[in-house]
Ligand binder design. Sequence first.
Ligand code: EPU
Length: 439
Amino acid sequence: MSTASEYLKRLNRYKTLRVKSCQSVSGLVRVSGAKNSALPLLAASLLTEGLTLKNFPILLDTLYAVEILSLLGKEVSLTEGVVSIRGGVKTYAVPSYLSALFRGSVLFLGGLLGAIGRAKVAHPGGCPIGKRPIDQHLKFLESVGCTFSFDGGYIYVRLPRGVKSRRFRFDVITVTGTENALLTLAGLKGEFVLENCALEPEVLDLVEFLKKLGMGIEIEGRTFKVFNPSPESLRGKRISHRIIPDRIEAGTFLVLGALLGEPLRVENVNPNHLGSILSLLKRAGAKLKVDKNSIKVERAERIKPLKVRTEPYPGFPTDMQAQFMAMLSLADGTSEIEETIFENRFRHAAELSRMGADIEVKGRVATVRGVRALKGARVNATDLRASAALVLAGLVAEGETLIGNVGQLLRGYEKMEEKLKGLGCEVYLLEKDLKDMSP
Ligand code: EPU
């Protein structure tokens, strides 16, 4: 057993990833629990006396969240795959130096409001992929009658004594916005209706947990009918919950399989969560065999070009866009990728171009003209999923690739280096900064 700070210290040592060209991958890789489920569930642990999360991924973002829980007064014990969180909440303020490190920190707003009725949080950080406002989170809080004050970069929110409105419609579909609303409602008695909600499997994982806690939640289309018998009746419970498999990590390995699998078996997956990813991979030419909890993938003889458009779930996820771009760089023809969720999520295109990819970005559309081969280069991980795209590109490219700013990868992928080594790849985490390495 190690503490979160010890894990953080270990992971934060790494600055660069060295990736060598790989001819093929084969064998079995086990997908970890979903980062974007773990984060709302960690925030939800504030609502309970005791929560044990299984299939828990140990990576930078979840470790930062564990640090926040400890600062809020929770006792946390962490072992491989399991985190246990006990005790009460002792304070309501999340320090800005931790909020700034990851987007998921915004979920402590809802978690604290649901648990103790007040919260002081700073604007969240996370991937630099767009403006990433939280106006919808605040609009919801306003609708139920919360009071706000802003001070020194912090926002201080209190739950109302009497509820103002019991029906709220999101103007845009937002994952953490929906999660924050659900967490907040754990602190308010009675019936509520949320419209135009996000339906990502990670949101539904939180819904499952809240039902275990005693809340009633019915879902029809994008409308959630929420019933809270009384906030007091939810508290003091001890709950155990298994986090769903990470569909984005699974998707990342499936793209690797489509490029190099001979064959590759991706295990601990829920194929029902992967519909749009699997259908596009098939169209690209990958050979897939889907079982209940695992998927076998064999490389495509030639990657076929695709038209890809990111959309809220069940559409194709924005979190897989970069990895698909890496794959389509080698397609037999020209692909078009439209990013409809985030306005600045093509920064990996410039990095892939350094490796020989032919990509033209105009606004929200990237045109990817397939090339015969990519070449290893020195590149920079501009955000979490961009880093995964560069790993894939590095493995399939000729020669060696050095990926700087590898902390981005470690934010969201558990043991990526170890898992890739297990498949026969040569990848090495280095403590040296890319800029200090001789060319
Ligand atoms: N939006 C607003 N106002 C808001 C909230 C969102 O205009 O108040 C807009 C955003 O600017 C964006 C769209 O709504 O254009 C969708 O953003 P959303 O709120 O759904 O994103 P998020 O909740 O901040 C989560 C994931 C992201 C993932 C997106 C979309 C977590 C912690 N993060 O972010 O994951 O890309 O949903 O599926 O759950 C990642 O894991 O690499 C990652 C970036």
